[in-house]
Design a binder for this molecule. Structure first.
Ligand SMILES: [Zn+2]
Length: 411
């Protein structure tokens, strides 16, 4: 078991005047308490406590000061005087993280202000740290010290996070497991056995239905509530629906990792998000998958849960994985969502399950040597993109209508 540590950076998105003032107050009080305790040369936590207790700060900030000041004064740092600009430190469990995928800005952080007064602020994380945020949000990673500071007029919160990952020796032959994230089935996994035959496919169909139903309920019910002016009820009802969706995604991604764990030297093979956005022919369908189905969320969850078990995750170019026959490699078509038909008359697979076919193609693409272990997640779930999720897009008719208009923002 190895412990990974990472400092997560969250930029607080344009705090309003009230919240900005509160953040400045916290910073000032912290700075004053720090200077006072430093000048009093507090070398123990008790001495520091006697000083910082008088300041209007949350317990988390005071506790951080009690630890920090004796380090400064006790000689572990060579500090003759204080810098003007110290970040406000909080001990863990003070700040909190929340995720609302239905909002334009998805992530929120809670910053302690006074003892019983906290500020919730929307925050823009570093997109490369998405898997860490998912792990932290699910409490699969531990939050350490947090630091609040401002830089060029913008506020940031740094969160130190840790999680355990397993290391696994990879001497045996690999078992690449293709993972298809889809519409009918939320996730589909399949691999090939030693003889190359498709083996033990697994589909999460019911979960796909549940998520679809919850999303439909979210859009229709919250719109109705908003029309009636019940903004608050709409918000809290919406939150509870999205928590249920989040719960389902976590169940499914845990089951996928447990499934992979039973095989010899497993490798989970996912479709590369960057390629997905770049491939225009995938257009509308992939955009719906990306935005509507928590594609990035499931990727992030799979990544950190696989790492916990020492299972590698690789990505491949997704172009045509759903339109190619896994048996003969010819192009085919999908007469309906769940069916793939091969157009090659000589191929003995005339028809197969569309999602299983796609999962096999994904696994095969890795076997053929085309893979990247890390996708470029530069702005996969930027607020802008998330913000475009505006209505239910689940029915077939919807999909066709949007085919014309949505293709444009695949790039
Ligand atoms: Zn075929």
């Amino acid at each position: 078991m190895t412990e990974l540590t990472e400092t997560l950076e969250l930029k607080l998105v344009e705090p309003n005047a009230h919240k900005h003032r509160k953040l400045c107050e916290t910073k000032r009080a912290y700075q004053d308490a720090l200077e006072a305790a430093f000048n009093a040369n507090c070398t123990t936590q008790t001495e520091a406590n006697d000083v910082v207790v008088n300041y209007d700060l949350s317990g988390y900030a005071k506790n951080a000061l009690k630890k920090y000041v004796p380090q400064l004064c006790g000689g572990s740092y060579d500090a003759k005087e204080l810098h003007d600009d110290h970040p406000v430190r909080f001990t863990n469990e003070g700040p909190k993280l929340d995720h609302k995928p239905q909002n334009a800005i998805e992530w929120y952080v809670k910053i302690p202000h006074h003892d019983d007064y906290n500020l919730w602020l929307p925050a823009q994380p570093n997109p490369e740290q998405r898997e860490w945020l998912e792990a932290l949000h699910a409490r699969d990673a531990k939050m350490g010290e947090c630091r609040l500071f401002d830089r060029d007029g913008e506020w940031y919160l740094h969160v130190v996070a840790t999680r355990d990952v397993e290391e696994r020796s990879s001497s045996a032959d690999e078992t690449p497991i293709g993972v298809d994230i889809g519409e009918a089935s939320l996730l589909t996994v399949c691999h090939r056995d030693e003889r190359g035959s498709p083996a033990t496919p697994n589909l999460w169909n019911d979960e796909g239905k549940q998520v679809r139903r919850l999303r439909e309920t979210y859009f229709t019910a919250t719109r109705r509530l908003q029309q009636r002016g019940s903004e608050r009820i709409a918000k809290s009802y919406g939150d509870s629906l999205w928590r249920q969706i989040d719960g389902i995604l976590h169940t499914v991604t845990s089951e996928v990792v447990a499934y992979a764990d039973q095989f010899e030297n497993p490798v989970l093979v996912l479709e590369d998000l960057t390629h997905i956005r770049e491939s225009m022919d995938y257009g509308a369908f992939m955009n719906r998958r990306l935005h509507g189905w928590g594609f990035a969320k499931m990727h992030a969850q799979l990544r950190y849960k696989a790492a916990e078990k020492g299972i590698r995750v690789e990505t491949v170019n997704p172009a045509y994985t759903s339109k190619t026959c896994h048996c003969c490699g010819e192009q085919g078509y999908r007469p309906d969502q769940a069916t793939f038909k091969c157009s090659n008359l000589e191929c003995w697979v005339s028809e197969s399950h569309a999602d299983i076919n796609a999962a096999l193609n994904i696994a095969d693409r890795y076997l053929s040597g085309e893979s990247h272990s890390r996708e470029h997640t530069d702005d996969d779930d930027s607020a802008e993109e998330g913000g475009r999720l505006t209505g239910p897009q689940d029915s077939q008719a919807d999909a066709e209508a949007q085919e014309l208009t949505l293709g444009a923002y695949a790039s």
